[in-house]
Design a protein. Structure first.
Length: 359
């Protein structure tokens, strides 16, 4: 069943609306919180880390904190647990996560209709699947946006597009370059609410403290695309000269690739998975340059690999217990986004024009 929530108003009001919508999921959120804590085990540094993260988010994004307070009030749920759950990217280096999401982008010269396209399949561990939802938000004083995120999260956990056509799609990367800074869901929300172009988004990312461990693929209505590989200390910006780019769950740039590491003792299958999905995107997009249209994009996002390294992911395929929870195709020039909930091979794409409100 498609879950979409419409939000409007100041940060607290939007949080209150979101909290009321997800109230029935709070027992499950608590269950996941407890499970993550058990997986991490005794860790004396965890409480200090959570406090440091809370301080940096409060300082640089008070609106996020205000919205979180609204969610907690509307959902009748503990604010501290919500914060740790929704900003838990900083816990990933303590857990066996990471082989999730495939993203690509092409410029206008490579499409049959002469406009850029960005696409993402958002994959999640199966236990997080019930928390997925789409949000259409009209923040007071900010730009309206559509996003894939998680129940109770005031941020943008999966990426989205704003009314100006600016698109942000993220992927997680295990990295040694991490520290106390803003996580990807907070940064993506801030970008969508305040930036109109790829250039503005890059300048913003350079100006704030960043947690690291992720990539942002960006596109705008002018036709620009870029990939930003984000660390705590380092940041690399790729403006693809060839007019196309792909990202899965490893860094590609010379600057950041040395920061990528295997903290979880990945199996051979897991180490190959991010590379194989990248190759699938590379081979198929390169082979269609100049003729790429929406039908091609949908076929690629529904691609199943006989070897188990699929773009459209299902539990039981391969050795990683993840499933595609959302698929998004962005047309920045039109401020239009197509989206499907769940694996796109099983669900139709719906269309939202950002100027037109909820579909």
């Amino acid at each position: 069943m498609l879950r979409m929530v419409a939000l409007a108003g100041d940060p607290y009001e939007m949080g209150l609306q979101l909290g009321k919508e997800i109230r029935g999921l709070t027992p499950y959120i608590r269950e996941l919180f407890d499970a993550v804590r058990r997986e991490i085990g005794e860790n004396p540094s965890l409480e200090k880390l959570v406090e440091d993260m809370r301080e940096v988010v409060e300082r640089h994004s008070p609106e996020f904190v205000q919205m979180l307070e609204g969610v907690a009030e509307g959902a009748w749920f503990a604010r501290d647990i919500l914060f740790e759950t929704t900003c838990s990217t900083f816990l990933r280096h303590m857990l066996h996560y990471g082989l999730e999401c495939s993203v690509w982008a092409v410029k206008a010269e490579h499409t049959s209709h002469g406009e850029p396209i960005l696409a993402k399949n958002r994959d999640k561990r199966v236990r997080y699947k019930p928390l997925h939802l789409f949000v259409y938000a009209r923040p007071k004083g900010g730009l309206a946006y559509f996003a894939s995120t998680n129940a109770g999260d005031p941020g943008v956990a999966g990426g989205g597009m704003n009314e100006r056509g600016l698109t942000v799609f993220s992927t997680y990367v295990a990295s040694s370059d991490i520290g106390v800074g803003l996580p990807d869901n907070v940064l993506a929300k801030m970008i969508l609410e305040s930036c109109s172009t790829v250039e503005e988004a890059i300048d913003f990312l350079k100006s704030v403290p960043r947690l690291g461990q992720f990539t942002f693929t960006l596109g705008d209505a002018k036709g620009d695309i870029a990939v930003v590989e984000v660390g705590y200390r380092e940041l690399d910006v790729e403006i693809p000269e060839e007019g196309y780019a792909f990202r899965t769950n490893h860094f590609k740039s010379a600057r950041m690739s040395e920061k990528y590491y295997d903290p979880y003792h990945y199996t051979a299958y897991e180490r190959e998975d991010t590379l194989a999905r990248w190759r699938h995107l590379d081979e198929r997009v390169r082979g269609a340059l100049g003729t790429i249209d929406l039908n091609f994009v949908k076929r690629l996002m529904r691609y199943h690999d006989p070897g188990g390294h699929s773009i459209c992911r299902h539990v039981g395929e391969g050795d990683v217990p993840v499933e595609t929870v959302a698929s998004m195709i962005a047309l920045p020039k039109r401020s239009r986004i197509l989206f499907a909930e769940g694996p796109p091979c099983e669900h139709p794409y719906l269309t939202l024009d950002l100027g037109g409100g909820m579909p």
